[in-house]
Design a protein around this ligand. Structure first.
Ligand code: FAD
Length: 285
C-alpha cells in the first residue's frame, strides 16, 4: 500500500521545524528515521495532512558529554550511538540494548529520538531511559521543558509530548561507583522486537553490598516497566543467587503482561523472571 497524499515539509533549522509543528499541530506527522513512521503511513494507520521531515536539521543530531552522562540529539542515528566510544564508556547499558534494536540497517536510519517518541512497548531504549532516570527535552514555539522518563512514556505509542512539541534531546546518566550492567532479551528471531527484555544495573558499595540496583523490562506492558519493589529488595543486600532470585520473582509477580499472537501473559511473566535473574547476576561487577 502507498500513503495517501500529504504535504512534505523539510525544514533546515530547528526554529523552522518548530514553527511548522505549531502551524500543523493538529494534523502533522514528524519524520525522523522513518523506520516506524513510513510503515504507519504506508499502512494508512497515520493519515496526516503534512509530514515534517527532521532529516535536514544538523543541529538536531550529535552525541555530547552532559553532566557526567551523555546527551543525544534527537536525530542521532542509533548506529552512531551504538558505535560511540563515549556511550560505551558512560552508558554501557545503552550499547548493550542497542545491539538488540532491529538489524544494523534499521539502526543506520532509526534515531534515538524516534524510538523514544514512537514509544513502542517492546522497544529497548525506552526501558534504558526509564532504568537510568533519563530526561527527555521537548521544545515548541512556547518554550522548552524537560520530562523525566518516568513521566514520558504514557501508553502504547503514546508519550507526554504535546502535538506542537518536538523531542530535541535525550539525556542519560549511568550510576556512579563500581557498576555493572546487562541487557538480555528473548525475541522470536534475531532483530525482531522483544517478546520480553530485561535491563539491569548493579552498583556495589566498598563493603561489597549492593549500593544501588536498577531493573526494567520491555514487552510486558503498555510502557516500559521499572521494578521498584525488586530494586528495594536488592539495595543493601549482599549480591548472590538467592537475593537475585527473590528480586526477580518479586518483579515478575508485580507485572501485568498481556497475551498476544507472540506470547501468552504467563509465558511473558516466566521469561521476565528468568531474564531478570540472569541480568542481575551478569550485571554484578
Ligand atoms: C523491521 C524492523 C525491526 C525493528 N525492530 C526494532 C526492535 O527490535 N527494537 C526497537 O526498539 N525498534 C525496532 N524497530 C524500530 C526502529 O528501530 C526505530 O527505532 C523506530 O522506528 C523509531 O525511530 P525512527 O527514527 O525511525 O522514527 P520514525 O519512524 O521516523 O518516527 C517514529 C514516531 O516518532 C515520532 N517522532 C520521531 N522523532 C520525533 C521527534 N524528534 N519529536 C517528536 N516526534 C518524533 C514520529 O512522528 C513517529 O510517530 C524496528 C523497525 C523495523 C522496520
Amino acid at each position: 500500500m502507498k500513503p495517501p497524499p500529504f504535504d512534505y515539509l523539510a525544514p533546515s533549522t530547528l526554529d523552522e521545524a518548530l514553527a511548522l509543528r505549531a502551524e500543523h499541530a493538529d494534523d502533522s506527522l514528524v519524520l525522523a528515521g522513518g523506520q516506524s513512521a513510513m510503515p504507519l503511513l504506508n499502512l494508512r494507520m497515520a493519515l496526516p495532512a503534512a509530514v515534517i521531515d527532521l532529516g535536514r536539521i544538523p543541529e538536531l543530531a550529535g552525541i555530547r558529554e552532559y553532566d557526567g552522562g551523555v546527551a543525544f540529539g534527537a536525530m542521532t542515528r542509533q548506529r552512531d550511538a551504538e558505535r560511540s566510544q563515549l556511550v560505551q564508556e558512560r552508558l554501557p547499558l545503552a550499547t548493550q540494548a542497542l545491539a538488540h534494536v532491529g538489524h544494523t540497517t534499521i539502526r543506520n536510519r532509526g534515531t534515538i529520538g524516534g524510538t523514544m517518541a514512537h514509544a513502542d512497548p517492546a522497544a529497548e531504549l525506552p526501558a534504558v531511559a526509564l532504568l537510568l532516570d533519563g530526561e527527555l527535552v521537548a521544545r515548541s514555539t512556547r518554550g522548552e521543558r524537560t520530562i523525566a522518563a518516568g513521566d514520558f512514556f504514557v501508553g502504547v505509542l503514546t508519550t507526554a509530548l504535546e502535538p506542537d512539541e518536538l523531542l530535541v534531546e535525550v539525556r542519560l546518566r549511568g550510576l556512579p561507583g563500581q557498576v555493572g550492567t546487562a541487557f538480555l532479551e528473548v525475541a522470536r528471531r534475531h532483530g525482531d522486537f522483544a517478546v520480553v527484555a530485561a535491563g539491569a544495573a548493579v552498583a556495589l558499595a566498598a563493603d561489597g553490598t549492593i549500593a544501588d540496583a536498577r531493573l526494567a523490562f520491555t514487552g510486558v506492558g503498555a510502557t516500559p516497566i521499572r521494578a521498584h519493589d525488586a530494586e528495594a529488595i536488592l539495595r543493601g543486600a549482599q549480591p548472590g543467587d538467592d537475593v537475585f532470585a527473590e528480586a526477580a520473582a518479586r518483579a515478575a509477580a508485580d507485572l501485568e503482561p498481556g497475551s498476544d499472537a507472540h506470547a501468552t501473559a504467563a509465558y511473558r511473566r516466566r521469561i521476565a523472571d528468568v531474564l531478570a535473574r540472569r541480568a542481575l547476576k551478569e550485571a554484578t561487577p
